[in-house]
Design a protein around this ligand. Structure first.
Ligand code: ZN
Length: 59
């Protein structure tokens, strides 16, 4: 499953929304880099994906 991850240019929040849920700024495509061993955002992407799917998230 693929997600089009967007990022708020203002606060840096990652989201799938067109509008930042934090500050209301128009978001832009995050353009995640191709896979690399370092993949600094991999952990965050997995976490975001889990949240979006409602897996392992305490509410
Ligand atoms: Zn924002």
């Amino acid at each position: 499953m693929r997600f089009r991850i967007k990022k708020c240019p203002k606060c840096g929040r990652y989201t799938l929304k067109e509008i930042c849920p934090v500050c209301g700024e128009q978001t832009k495509s995050a353009h995640p880099p191709r896979f690399s061993p370092e993949d600094p955002y991999g952990e965050y992407r997995r976490k975001l994906k889990k949240e979006l799917l409602g897996i392992g998230v305490e509410k």
